[in-house]
Write a protein that binds this ligand. Structure first.
Ligand code: M6R
Length: 612
């Protein structure tokens, strides 16, 4: 939530920061601003709206060596020019950009107001600028003033601070909101994540909670929470700048849907061990050397949103292959309970961004209770990837569309691989393991086939159904999490109400909704549950419900029973989720396009939810 960028160096700082803001826009996009120091004065240009708004408000010839920028996802105070960042102090000598929430801002604001500080916005962030102003008055040292300020606040932050009094530096700090430093030659960058700087540098320093940095054009000094200077490793990023471009696709979401054969292959690469019918997972080997895997009595999977849906699929895989009791938890619920977790619980956290605040807090809670914690993460170097005991990167490359697509598929694959690994040590035969490994290797080409064979048809079906305002998504077994994911995709990018249900639950309530205006998207390949699904379809048709059926080539369906039918290749039932997801994503996508929605940046959402 909120993207922050900073640049200091020989290039045009304004250009570099605006470039970074465009790349971070997926983190929030209701208002935008940049702050520079020009002729020893802080100047701020900001407004409600997206990053392109800056084209109209930033002077064309503005060229400075230091700039900071912010793209906002509003928490405190509605989107407006005054509430946009940078926020500044009374004298306009200090400018800050902030991602996070200052929980005690109310009381601090009252105190500062009594001391004569003049507030301009409704934001929590503005107190930071005034506190730094106050302590700068006492210390005449920007870094010290920031440090004292941060000691006074409760909450979360990633911040960048500049001051006209010390125009050769940025002060950077983090607590629970991500911050990276991009290391250049004669220039340095700061950002919420590396996509903002990858065009300029692939050398990254990940700032950890409690750390603060003083960044000048030629130097980076990092201090730990006790204010002791520390050395940090410079990591090399293996993403290419091309991966954060649309490369000819109209949207990132469509590009990412079409990338799935490749992203699936990347996740799988190096992990299949056909000889032993298992998966090769270094993280699992490290976490459970020798026979320690037999100490696991229970598996708990934690995530939010789409990652939680992937987790549900994992539950089916783990129970089938390992026989271990498995539960899937919403991170935001798990962390506020007193969950029964111990050293015999194996906890798996799933997060594309690796920064989701609730997932991070839940995993910390589980670790604190003695569980072994494993992460399935996409963003390399993200907080979750660094805090878990071991993990598996899904390596799908940057996912920019706010609606998760390629990450979902690969999260499910990663869970399958972990489940295969444990399963083989428990009760799965080598023959079954080999069969699974071989089938997984075939999936990318089947995904490609589904993309080619269904796209045009789904576009037509979407045209037909785009007028409806409610949808029910149904599926049984492996198909149920796909139904949930389909409903979420439709909701978030088209703003059409949709509910996902296990098909067997329909008669316990949702059936009351069915009429000619309430269509159902039914996911039912010819698996073990197919006949039961057909009975549900009969029940829907008996109530005049419109029905789109997603099924496989071999399924025998009385086509008079359904309004539209989408066919995908017939495969083993464990693997259907990998290919059913494609039509479900495309359907949501084309409905949203038909409705003229901004699919990459749907309203009210942000890609990385770093507030609680
Ligand atoms: O980065 P994470 O996987 O932790 O994000 C979790 C959810 O915020 C995310 O999946 C969200 O539900 C997506 N917008 C779904 O498309």
């Amino acid at each position: 939530m909120c993207g922050i960028v900073g640049y200091i160096g020989d290039k045009n700082a304004v250009k570099a920061v605006i470039h970074g803001l465009h790349k971070l826009e997926y983190r929030g996009y209701d208002s935008v601003g940049i702050g520079v120091i020009e002729k020893n004065k802080v100047k701020i240009y900001k407004d409600k709206g997206r990053v392109k708004t800056l084209d109209n408000i930033v002077p064309k010839n503005l060229n400075t060596s230091l700039a900071i920028g912010h793209t906002r996802w509003a928490t405190h105070g509605k989107p407006s020019k005054l509430n946009a960042h940078p926020q500044s102090d009374c004298k306009n000598e200090i400018a800050i950009v902030h991602n996070g929430i200052i929980e005690n801002f109310g009381e601090l604001k009252q105190i500062l107001k009594k001391e004569g500080h003049n507030f301009k916005s409704e934001t929590d962030s503005e107190v930071l600028a005034h506190l730094i102003e106050k302590f700068y008055g006492e210390t005449k040292d920007l870094a010290k003033a920031v440090k004292i300020t941060l000691d006074k606040i409760n909450g979360t932050y990633g911040i960048v601070v500049i001051s006209s009094k010390e125009p050769d530096k940025m002060i950077v700090a983090r607590s629970s909101s991500p911050i990276i430093i991009g290391v250049g030659k004669g220039e340095n960058f700061v950002a919420s994540d590396a996509t903002a700087v990858i065009k300029y540098t692939k050398k990254i320093i990940y700032i950890d909670d409690g750390e603060m940095a003083i960044v000048t054009k030629d130097n980076i000094d990092i201090f730990n929470k006790d204010n002791i200077r520390i050395d940090k490793k410079i990591e090399s990023l293996n993403w290419s700048a091309k991966e954060v471009e649309k490369n000819g696709y109209p949207t990132f979401m469509l590009k990412e849907i079409y990338e799935q054969p490749k992203s699936f292959t990347n996740t799988l690469a190096g992990h299949i061990d056909l000889e032993n019918g298992t998966s090769h997972l270094g993280g699992m080997q490290n976490l459970f050397p020798d026979n320690e895997i037999h100490n696991i009595k229970r598996i708990v999977i934690i995530g939010c949103g789409t990652s939680w849906h992937a987790g549900l699929m994992g539950e089916y895989y783990f129970e089938n292959m390992t026989g271990l009791p498995t539960e899937v938890e919403y991170a935001s619920e798990f962390r506020y309970r007193n969950p029964a977790i111990d050293s015999e619980t194996f906890v798996i956290g799933i997060s594309q961004s690796g920064e989701t605040a609730d997932t991070l807090a839940a995993l910390r809670e589980a670790k604190g209770k003695g569980a072994k914690v494993f992460g399935i993460v996409n963003v390399v170097g993200s907080t979750i990837s660094r805090e878990v005991d071991e993990g598996l990167y899904i390596h799908v490359g940057p996912e920019i569309g706010v609606a998760s697509t390629k990450a979902f598929l690969s999260q499910v694959l990663a869970l399958f691989l972990v489940s295969l690994y444990i399963g083989r040590k428990k009760r799965l035969s080598i023959e079954d393991g080999i069969k699974f490994g071989k089938q997984l290797q075939k999936i990318p080409s089947i995904i490609d086939e589904v993309l080619q064979s269904t796209q045009a048809q789904i576009k037509k079906i979407a045209d037909k159904y785009c007028k409806y305002t409610n949808f029910l998504y149904l599926g049984r077994g492996f198909n149920f999490p796909v139904a949930l994911e389909g409903a979420l995709k439709l909701k978030e990018i088209s703003y059409v109400h949709a509910e996902g249900y296990p098909a067997g639950e329909m008669k316990h309530g949702p059936i009351a909704l069915i009429d000619k205006d309430f269509p159902t998207f039914f996911i039912a390949p010819n698996d073990n549950f197919f006949q039961k699904s057909i009975s549900n379809i009969q029940e829907i048709k008996a109530r005049n419900g419109k029905l789109i059926l997603l099924t496989d080539d071999n399924a025998k369906v009385d086509e008079g029973l359904v309004d539209d039918i989408i066919r995908i290749p017939t495969i083993d039932e464990e693997f259907y989720p990998f290919i059913e997801t494609i039509p479900v994503q495309l359907f949501a996508y084309y409905i949203a396009i038909k409705k003229n929605r901004d699919v990459d940046k749907p309203r009210n959402l942000a890609k990385s939810v770093t507030v609680e």
